[in-house]
Ligand binder design. Structure first.
Ligand SMILES: [Mg+2]
Length: 254
């Protein structure tokens, strides 16, 4: 793991410079908040090494919270199947605590049915301009956001879609697999901070590390909230799009 000095510092000048690896105290870490796709997966799959690592962390008393853009339906299942402390779905929209069947809404949405209809109408409007975009397979299992596949969209097209969504009053983000039309302000970090306050109040920022690989992980790299963060190597693809300073692990995560 090392700091990449060639990565441009973003426009948020309130961010603190990175600690050097030598000064980082990894021994203090008691909680890992991590993205899933492209971060925990290898070629899109869970590996035996990952499952072993999750079991080892649990045995060592180190909590793992998955913070993903994946749907409520997927994450509810994963949370009950994996040895983790909990999982945040839909980029900060919902939380599932290990051992609980309850879906915790992290974004205030007064009427979920009307919300989904509004998202569908926005997606239909985007399709008039980008006729190739297709609803993601897991979109039907979502509550707070609406997804379509990122494959085949250029960075310029993604920036145009971002602009269109914001003009329509929505937020927008994307990962290595999906694009998300979402409530403005729904971010992984905002959801995670809410979960940490309510469910893990005894953990200090120095005991937490955040991990990710894509633009929808950008808020997890904000050093004001998370002094220790790691981007896996495939985050390099988005280096000029992520407006934070960050460090990454030089491993083959593709
Ligand atoms: Mg990812």
């Amino acid at each position: 793991m090392y700091t990449n000095p060639s990565i441009p510092t973003g426009h948020d000048h309130s961010l603190k410079p990175l600690q050097s690896d030598a000064s980082a105290d990894w021994g203090k870490i008691r909680l890992i908040a991590t993205d899933m796709d492209g971060t925990l997966t290898n070629q899109g799959k869970f590996s035996t090494a990952l499952l072993r690592a999750l079991e080892d962390l649990q045995a060592a008393g180190i909590k793992v919270i998955i913070v993903t853009g994946r749907s409520a339906g997927w994450v509810n299942g994963l949370n009950s199947l994996l040895p983790i402390a909990g999982a945040i779905a839909e980029n900060g929209g919902l939380f599932y605590l290990s051992g609980s069947e309850q879906t915790v809404a992290l974004t205030p949405i007064p009427n979920f049915a009307a919300h989904r209809q509004h998202l569908a109408a926005t997606f239909a409007q985007l399709q008039t301009k980008f006729t190739q975009i297709q609803e993601s397979a897991d979109n039907r299992f979502r509550i707070t956001d609406w997804t379509f596949d990122v494959a085949g969209l250029s960075l310029e097209e993604l920036q145009t879609i971002d602009h269109l969504c914001r003009n329509l009053g929505w937020g927008f983000t994307y990962s290595n697999v999906q694009c998300h039309i979402k409530p403005p302000g729904q971010e992984k970090a905002i959801g995670l901070l809410q979960v940490l306050r309510e469910y893990f109040p005894d953990y200090s920022p120095e005991q937490i590390v955040t991990v990710g690989d894509s633009p929808n992980d950008e808020s997890l790299f904000n050093q004001r909230h998370f002094p220790m963060s790691v981007g896996v190597a495939n985050v390099q693809k988005y280096a000029n799009l992520i407006s934070c300073t960050w460090k990454y692990e030089c491993q083959n995560h593709n």
